[in-house]
Design a protein around this ligand. Structure first.
Ligand code: SF4
Length: 401
């Protein structure tokens, strides 16, 4: 919170709202915006909107009224991430690559920078799947552009994220660029706070707009995609689809809920057709370090580990509204995402019909050659410069700014 609380205003928060306004006014640009899962749990807080009014559908209407041409849901590409990451996990498990060390999730840029600077020997264990934000951008400038007959060079791909570290991620400081076209997957990242500023600059009356649906064909997300925004959500979503792949039928959607919780480091075991999968989840970099040290000294053994840099996951991200009176809201926001999942008619990524059309008509299957090209990354394409390497601090459990 140091930037926003600097007493003399010497430190300023990066603000990309002007770039978005320029893109919205440019008649040659097609503006496509995606809304991250965690944003829907927090965007209404600074407007005093009750939670039942601060829905993602109302936010969709607001973004459309600002002039965005297409409004989509990052929960769609969270489902896509699960299709790729669960396939990769099962492949690595089968190949015996996880005998000594687990596979780690890759969707948090704060965690990626931490592991690259502090434990570079673990980089081969990180999933090669790009984050949902990057996958969304890659699909927008290829599949979507082709389907709609749009020149991808004209697309301005905007992402509303709970996270400041995502601004560096979109520049290629974590994942490499769209190898099919050589363009950036995502052009502009706005935090939830910047989006709020944009609404105020445009005098949007958030109380007056009726709700609206996402556009198609990248607008459907499952409940599993929505819980990506809370700690443990990526793991739970991946297990729902991995179970279906191995067993051939769905487990009850809440079968893996024992990995939920607010403790900074949690673990659980699940049976996948006779194979025990040992899972762990950590949020906050202090907890991540403790978990990694235990893994490296063989005090614990896991097959699959999810790490999020911010305590509580993205719902508590550094780009989210800052709560009045310093109340910590990550827990309440996370619970909201879990209740959206519970109420969702679609709870399994592999049952998302827009995802299935994407594979049937374009990508082929998870980890196909084209899917690898668009949706996976080479973790060696960007390494942490020596001068930027983090020093161990006693304060690692703070939100990533
Ligand atoms: Fe960004 Fe924090 Fe979410 Fe990581 S946990 S992606 S740093 S908001």
């Amino acid at each position: 919170q140091c930037i926003t609380h600097c007493p003399v205003g010497a430190l300023r928060e990066r603000d990309d709202t002007r770039e978005v306004l320029d893109a919205l006014r440019d008649p040659d640009k097609i503006t496509v915006v995606q809304i991250a899962p965690a944003v829907r749990a927090a965007w209404g807080e600074t407007h005093g909107l009750p939670r039942e009014m601060a829905t993602v559908r109302r936010l969709t209407a607001i973004l459309r009224s600002m002039g965005f041409d297409y409004v989509f849901d990052t929960a769609f590409s969270a489902d896509l991430t699960i299709m790729e990451e669960s396939t990769e996990f099962l492949k690595r498990l089968k190949n015996g690559e996880l005998k000594d060390l687990p596979m780690f999730t890759s969707c948090c840029p704060g965690w990626m920078r931490f592991v690259k600077s502090q434990y570079p020997q673990l980089v081969p264990q990180i999933s090669t799947a790009k984050s949902p934000m990057q996958m969304f951008g890659a699909i927008t400038k290829t599949y979507f552009a082709e389907k709609m007959g749009i020149d991808p060079e004209k697309i301005c791909s905007v992402a509303i994220m709970p996270c400041i570290a995502k601004k560096a991620e979109k520049d290629g400081h974590v994942f490499d660029r769209n190898r099919k076209h050589g363009m950036q997957d995502v052009d502009i990242v706005l935090t939830t706070r910047e989006m709020d500023r944009l609404m105020r600059m445009q005098n949007i009356n958030v109380f007056s707009l009726p709700e609206a649906e996402f556009d198609s064909p990248l607008g459907i997300g499952s409940g599993a995609g929505v819980i990506f925004g809370a700690t443990g959500g990526v793991m739970e979503a991946a297990l729902r689809t991995a179970y279906h792949t191995v067993v051939g039928e769905n487990a009850p959607a809440d079968a893996f809920r024992s990995i939920r919780g607010q403790e900074g480091w949690r673990e659980a075991e699940f049976d996948l057709n006779g194979t025990t999968i040992r899972c762990a989840v950590a949020s906050g970099l202090g907890n991540a370090r403790k978990l990694i040290q235990a893994v490296l000294t063989h005090k614990v053994h896991y097959d699959f580990v999810e790490i999020m840099a911010c305590p509580g996951g993205c719902v508590g991200g550094g780009g989210q509204p800052i709560p009045f009176e310093q109340n910590e809201l990550a827990d309440a926001r996370g619970n909201m995402l879990y209740s959206l999942d519970r109420l969702s008619p679609l709870r399994y990524p592999h049952e998302n019909k827009e995802i299935n059309v994407l594979y049937d008509t374009y990508l082929g299957e998870p980890m196909s050659e084209l899917a690898e090209e668009l949706l996976h990354t080479d973790h060696n394409s960007w390494n942490m410069p020596l001068s930027m390497r983090l020093q161990q601090t006693d304060d690692e459990d703070t939100t990533i700014h």
